[in-house]
Design a protein around this ligand. Sequence first.
Ligand SMILES: NC(=O)c1ccc[n+]([C@@H]2O[C@H](COP(=O)([O-])OP(=O)(O)OC[C@H]3O[C@@H](n4cnc5c(N)ncnc54)[C@H](O)[C@@H]3O)[C@@H](O)[C@H]2O)c1
Length: 266
Amino acid sequence: MRLRGKVAVITGAGRGIGRASAIRFAEEGAKVTVVDIRCDLGEETVQRIRDAGGEAHHACTDVTKEDEVKAMLDDTVARWGRLDILFNNAGIVAVKFLEEMSEAEWDRLMNVNVKSVFLAVKHAVGHMRKQGGGTILNTASIGSFVGQFKTPAYIASKGAVMLLTKSLALDYAADNIRVNCVCPGVVDTPMVREHLEASGDADARARERAARIPLGRFLTSEEIAQAALYLVSDEAAGVTGVAHVVDGGLLASFEYDGSWAAKEKH
Ligand SMILES: NC(=O)c1ccc[n+]([C@@H]2O[C@H](COP(=O)([O-])OP(=O)(O)OC[C@H]3O[C@@H](n4cnc5c(N)ncnc54)[C@H](O)[C@@H]3O)[C@@H](O)[C@H]2O)c1
């Protein structure tokens, strides 16, 4: 087991990438605090882990609230005696032009996607330092590297998460705390499905988007969880400050058309 004896906190673990990671980390022996603002979803993740013989509990925490985040981390340490892994994964997206966004919407997005990392790291590093080290993983995006149409606030937030990751890696290296981010491409999660459905013909939109990905498909949450597992495990003991892209080849090309590629190949 790759995480035997480790204690992990995973935010946004009620569904999507966070849930898949919580299940995967627990399979590898970690005790997991499943954090989600949606209590029903968090409870369901915990139940799945317990049904499979793993150990987890749910914290119905809003990652934008300092008192709630601190209490959740302190409670994890009180419950299990340590904190080895902090995976800041909770995030939201807004598909809107900048001029259509209210100040409240901008603030909410930045708070969930960026301030949450500040708050959790602020209150986790003391625990990690005391025990001799730990590892922090943040969910950034391929949107940390390039822009995307009609999502300026989201892309700005993910750019911030990547450079926050690199800066924190420097600040805490001497404490034996590694800090990395995973940068997913298009992943088939409830977040993505909801936006496809809001855009009208979800299946047609999904096919169009998949054709622009060299591997020809959306990634699964489990594939991102697998990369996350590597980054938080001792196998990545020498890895800090990296932005680990898992995108099916999307960032490798400035222009890719799956139907054209298929014609050329056959
Ligand atoms: N799905 C993709 O294609 C994709 C691509 C790149 C990056 N990401 C990033 O991956 C992360 C997970 O995305 P997902 O697709 O699994 O999303 P998702 O919406 O399916 O799951 C996110 C979870 O975060 C929770 N959450 C939202 N706000 C919260 C808050 N304030 N406090 C606590 N929990 C909160 C939600 O309730 C939800 O359960 C996000 O940071 C997202 O930006 C996703």
